[in-house]
Design a protein around this ligand. Structure first.
Ligand code: ADP
Length: 403
């Protein structure tokens, strides 16, 4: 019964995993992509088997049904799996959702209402939720929000200094994202250090295609770099991160449309804007081969991270742990070295050999002399969504390592 179907619907895709919330064992996973295009694609994996199909997928409801069909074709029909819950990742939970919620009609309607704040994500979540509830009416459905973990931020950390009436009328404030990842990584870091999380001050750097930093005091988010939308903060694969808002006004006056600016800042900025690729491996290779643009992109990327590390050290008063996670954070030692270079005076010192180790599990990369523990801790948002969903529906909670 602790088998959870985790559904992660993006703007034009649905990723899914069938996970046992208690053992974290994956039974199957897959990806439905190019939703809304003339031809979509469904990839399904179970064990070492992988199958792939092309078919038109009009919307997320169709996508969800394509996923059900893939399970059936592979001889593992979901309606006979004894699902404990379906756990839906939801990007925007606004100020209302501070923890996972059991989805009923009212919660589903609120998720759709919040589409005003997350137009690329919440409509797809809503459609996938409708299709999922229709397909599995007897199974509890749980929404796990990217924003929920950051609802503990104090007002001074989430308030933008604009006209208070306009901000309130339009829901404008910092919400923060990647909350599920920051939360599970902070807990796993505490487990690794063998210390209770409430005794720790941590800075988590989630550096994937999207990237954000989070200051965590006693297991609670007190500051994070993403804002009203996942565009603010660190330099990302294709997103600009922090920018003078005057740039947008300037380009609007120069004749750019809102859609063009959206595309520019979300899809054609960050690493891809500066160096032509959103993949850190390509950018590093180009820099190593002498490209000045790629070198500058890496410098801007690392400098922005250091800016937030400095800010969060001040915010927290000190840090016990600085933690790298996600695609770049877990795999790219040179960037970790650049972020930590010259920070010995702040108690941050990494050990070159430990940093270069090809290990993949949670590990320490700081030197024995470093006052701050510098760690690499793999994130696992799907396992955390499964754990939180199971905890909500079972009442007692999944007693996993990150409990
Ligand atoms: P997402 O935000 O889409 O979940 P990930 O956390 O998987 O992304 O991160 C993807 C990014 O991680 C890639 O675009 C690439 O820049 C980086 N990455 C992945 N593997 C490596 C690696 N071995 N070395 C350097 N960078 C890597």
């Amino acid at each position: 019964m602790s088998l959870i179907l985790v559904v992660n619907s993006g703007s034009s895709s649905i990723k899914y995993q069938l996970i046992d919330a208690q053992t974290e064992q994956r039974q199957a996973s897959g990806l439905i992509e190019r939703i809304g295009e003339s031809m979509g694609r469904a990839v399904h994996r179970a064990g070492s088997e992988s199958t792939e199909r092309e078919l038109p997928i009009r919307h997320h409801g169709d996508g969800f049904r394509a996923m059900i069909a893939a399970f059936e074709r592979e001889g593992q029909p979901l309606d006979r799996c004894n699902l404990g819950a379906v756990g839906h990742r939801v990007v925007q939970g606004g100020s209302e959702f501070v923890e996972p919620a059991l989805i009923d009609d009212e919660v589903a309607a609120k998720i759709l209402d919040l589409a005003a704040l997350a137009p690329l994500h919440n409509p797809g979540h809503y459609q996938a939720i409708l299709a999922a509830r229709e397909a599995f009416p007897k199974v509890p459905h749980v929404a796990v929000f990217d924003t929920a973990f950051h609802q503990s931020m104090p007002p001074a950390a989430y308030t933008y200094a604009i006209d208070a009436g306009i901000a309130s009328a339009h829901g404008i404030r910092r919400y923060g994202f990647h909350g599920t990842s920051h939360q599970v990584v902070a807990q796993r870091a505490a487990d690794f250090l063998n210390k209770p999380i409430h005794s720790l001050k941590q800075i988590v750097l989630h550096l994937g295609n999207g990237a954000s930093a989070c200051a965590i005091n006693a297991g609670r988010s007190v500051a994070t770099s993403m804002g009203l939308t996942p565009l603010e903060g660190l330099v990302m694969g294709t997103r600009s991160g922090d920018l003078d808002p005057g740039v947008i006004l300037h380009l609007l006056r120069r004749g750019f449309s809102v859609d063009e600016l959206d595309e520019l800042l979300n899809k054609r900025s960050g690493l891809v804007g500066l160096a032509g690729s959103n993949d850190m491996r390509d950018v590093r290779a180009a820099a190593d081969a002498g490209s000045g643009n790629a070198r500058l992109a890496l410098d801007v990327y690392a400098r922005r991270i250091r800016h937030y590390v400095g800010a969060y050290l001040v915010e927290l008063g000190a840090a016990d742990a600085l933690i790298f996670t996600a695609g770049v954070g877990e795999n790219h030692a040179p960037l970790r070295a650049e972020v930590c270079a010259g920070l010995e005076m702040l108690g941050i010192e990494i050990d070159a050999a430990r940093n270069a180790s090809p290990e993949t599990g949670p590990r320490r990369i700081s030197s024995d002399a470093s006052r701050v523990e510098v760690l690499v801790v793999p994130t696992d948002e799907e396992a955390e969504i499964a754990r939180q969903s199971w905890q909500l529906v079972s009442g007692s909670g999944a007693q996993g390592e990150s409990g």
